[in-house]
Design a protein around this ligand. Structure first.
Ligand code: HEC
Length: 240
């Protein structure tokens, strides 16, 4: 908790500094070991659609595909690699800032056979996810942050444009294939709609009592993402 407060204070200090020295196109950077998966709540820094934000965009992909038990989480650390936080990703994750083609973290996504990551039966990353990782490395592999609440559109939500990409980044790594975690698949519309209609989709992401909190590690989805899921479920989980 103390760390979190310090972190918020740092965020506020950094963001006022940034407004003072105002260089519009340089996103702000923060260097901390454990962060809300969200960008920084209440920092007021709008998210630039052209920028990849580590905590919002990269960590969820790593958490659901790589930093899992037996693989690259902070206890298993297979091959010494730990993708559970920004700091460990930079220190151990084989990232060469600005150089995706020399970054093993990126190259293994295209390998085949035994070297393929994530290994079977886990699904490969989607081409969109690979492109996000590439762009992050090309941006210098920084921990840029923004406030996902600024400009959050939680009303205008659709399955195809909002829900599916969100689940793809944060959930599908564990919830797909022949033996999905908890017996719950979230990789196609019908099974997502079933979870939505049973109350489990929103119950798990909003950490309501009686549901396992999801994702199981980290600080959870952004406030914006939770509101988007809530509204989509309340609209009857349409296939739109
Ligand atoms: C690192 C792997 C992992 C990730 C990422 C993950 N889950 Fe899970 N999930 C599990 C496991 C393991 C279970 C079964 C054990 C449990 O219920 O705690 C589970 C169970 C569930 C259940 C059934 C819970 C119940 O009460 O029956 C739902 C629904 C669910 N997850 C949704 C999600 C959603 C939505 C996301 C993304 C926001 C997500 N999960 C991300 C591993 C994961």
């Amino acid at each position: 908790m103390k760390e979190y407060l310090l972190f918020i204070l740092m965020a506020i200090a950094l963001s006022s500094l940034a407004t003072m020295t105002s260089c519009k196109h340089t996103p702000e950077i923060i260097n901390v070991s454990s962060d809300p998966m969200d960008s920084i709540p209440n920092s007021g820094t709008p998210c630039d659609p052209a920028v990849v934000y580590y905590f919002r965009d990269i960590q969820p992909i790593l958490t659901s595909n790589c930093a899992v038990s037996g693989c690259h989480n902070s206890t298993s650390k297979r091959e010494g690699i730990d993708y559970s936080s920004f700091e460990t990703t930079i220190a151990t994750g084989k990232v060469k800032p600005n150089n995706p083609n020399r970054s093993k973290m990126y190259k293994v996504l295209f390998d085949s056979g035994d070297d393929k990551m994530p290994p079977s039966p886990r699904p490969p990353l989607t081409s969109v996810q690979k492109a996000i990782i590439k762009k992050w490395i090309n941006q210098g592999a920084k921990a840029y942050f923004c406030d996902a609440q600024v400009g959050c559109d939680s009303l205008n939500v659709s399955y195809a444009n909002t829900i599916a990409p969100l689940l793809s980044n944060s959930c599908v790594g564990c919830h797909s294939g022949n033996n999905p975690s908890g017996g719950v698949s979230l990789s196609n519309y019908q099974s997502v709609a079933n979870s939505a209609n049973s109350g489990k989709l929103y119950g798990t992401v909003a950490h309501l009592s009686g549901y396992s909190p999801m994702p199981p590690s980290g600080n959870g989805l952004t406030i914006c993402a939770k509101a988007q899921i809530k509204n989509w479920v309340e609209q009857g989980a349409p296939n739109n």
